[in-house]
Design a protein around this ligand. Structure first.
Ligand SMILES: [Zn+2]
Length: 296
């Protein structure tokens, strides 16, 4: 039987666990094939967890440690994983320039090639990536968006025969997991619990920032049964996320499950039609046609 296949394109190891891990775990459990590709190895990251157990490893070889962490997150989510093979660009320098040879400093026409090859090999029906701002404005996130959009066209085109046979992805989504409705719902639920007032106050500032730009959403995936797997995957990236990180882990999961047990997406490219105006999709594979089903 042919299965649904989902490819999620992320910039750094840990992005897959903070943006969409519930979705990936859910689809994997439902029998779909899910692959995450990390464009870079996260080499330019800092150690963001002061209580890190593997501190010696992090100081000696952060890149190596992040590979170990990524393998653990992959095991927890039970997904497939690939490295695109580029080096983390870090944040731009003060003059706006980037470290030569890093992911965002390499021409798109070059860095799109391994992604085209991967798409033609894995043949996903659905691709998930970031919006043009990168979700947050890290040069690697913006470049991840750029090569994903280019690969949508190029992988399907009759070009680059050396990278495999053309493959048309049917739908492309932007990640919208950090949307205003989610935080507003969490906030109003937190305010019902007087002992969570501090947290609600601090989150309010985050929500205000997110509210400044409206996010179009077309698709809402129920991930309530997968919140703990998502958390475990994120904690696997221990050099990047402290286990008591307030923003990620500060609110009880039963509050989250009541307030907003969803991960959201925006459908931005489709070769199989759009949801009706004002209607939310509940499944990334809605209207997707599997091989052998064409013309039925
Ligand atoms: Zn990132």
């Amino acid at each position: 039987m042919t299965q649904h296949r989902l490819l999620a394109v992320h910039a750094h190891p840990d992005d897959e666990s903070s943006k969409g891990a519930g979705t990936y775990a859910m689809y994997e459990a439902r029998g779909a094939e899910v692959m995450v590709v990390s464009c870079t190895g996260g080499e330019a990251g800092d150690v963001l967890n002061t209580g890190l157990h593997a501190r010696a490893h992090a100081e000696r070889d952060l890149t190596g440690l992040r590979r170990v962490e990524m393998a653990e997150a992959q095991r927890i989510l039970e997904i497939e994983h690939r490295w695109l093979g580029y080096r983390d660009s870090g944040m731009a320098r003060e003059d706006g320039s980037l470290e030569p040879g890093t992911f965002a400093a390499i021409p798109i026409a070059t860095s799109v090639r391994p992604l085209i090859r991967l798409i033609r090999e894995f043949r996903p029906h659905v691709l998930v990536t970031y919006d043009e701002r990168g979700g947050y404005p890290h040069p690697d996130h913006i470049r991840t968006h750029e090569i994903s959009m280019l690969a949508w066209d190029e992988a399907a085109a009759d070009r680059h025969p050396e990278l495999g046979a053309p493959w048309s992805v049917q739908k492309l989504y932007y990640d919208r997991t950090m949307n205003d409705e989610r935080f507003r719902s969490l906030l109003s639920e937190l305010k019902l619990h007087p002992d969570k007032k501090h947290l609600a106050d601090r989150m309010e500032a985050v929500v205000e920032r997110i509210l400044q730009r409206a996010q179009r959403r077309t698709t809402r995936i129920a991930v309530g049964d997968y919140l703990l797997r998502r958390d475990d995957a994120l904690r696997a990236h221990a050099s990047q996320v402290a286990p008591d990180h307030e923003f990620f882990f500060g609110y009880p999961r039963d509050i989250e499950a009541t307030a907003y047990p969803f991960e959201d997406y925006e459908l931005v490219r489709s070769r199989v039609g759009e949801p009706a105006d004002g209607e939310f999709e509940a499944d990334l594979f809605e209207r997707v046609v599997l091989e052998g089903e064409e013309g039925r």
